[in-house]
Design a protein around this ligand. Structure first.
Ligand code: S3P
Length: 161
């Protein structure tokens, strides 16, 4: 069963695009963070706080490994493409799209977000560094890069679909 995975940095539009795409393609949509929060009964900051980031990364891989076998759209967390194992699972089970957005746009969207532990603990400079260092992994994981800058949600969705 081929899934559609959306990868990219926090705030690049994975959830908004995933929801619209779900409507457009008439496929179920899942947001990894939301599913993990439901499974664990804790918010993402609570999971980081209680178990640490390393455990959160394991939970992400467990999610990918065990997720139901159906054609669907999955918005991944911004750190998912960092792990080779995750990249392998995604490419084996689906098509991976890298949603590429400019750092400035991303930063405007995420800077005040209390629900993202990495944003809470980082300066703008640190986030930009992380953004730059992660790009090669997003490229590596994805078969298709989608430039989102200057495009409407509708244009992006029609391009992917
Ligand atoms: C993370 C991104 C978040 C969430 C967690 C860690 C990251 O997902 O998984 O806060 O390491 O980039 P979003 O990309 O949906 O914000």
């Amino acid at each position: 069963m081929r899934k559609i995975y959306l990868v990219g940095f926090m705030g690049c539009g994975k959830s908004a695009i995933g929801r619209r795409l779900s409507y457009y393609l008439k496929l179920p949509y899942y947001d990894m963070d939301t599913e993990i929060v439901r499974q664990q009964g804790m918010s993402i900051p609570e999971i980081f706080e209680a178990y640490g980031e390393e455990r959160f990364r394991e939970i992400e891989t467990e999610f990918l490994e065990n997720f139901r076998d159906e054609r669907c759209i999955i918005a991944t967390g911004g750190g998912v493409a960092m792990k080779e194992e995750n990249r392998r699972i995604m490419r084996r089970t689906g098509l991976v799209f890298f949603l590429d957005a400019a750092f400035n746009d991303i930063y405007m969207r995420i800077r005040n977000d209390k629900n993202r532990p990495i944003v809470r603990r980082s300066t703008r400079e640190e986030l930009e560094e992380l953004y730059l260092s992660r790009r090669k992994y997003y490229h590596e994981s994805a078969q298709i890069q989608v430039l989102t800058e200057g495009r409407s949600l509708r244009q992006i969705v029609e391009y992917i679909g």
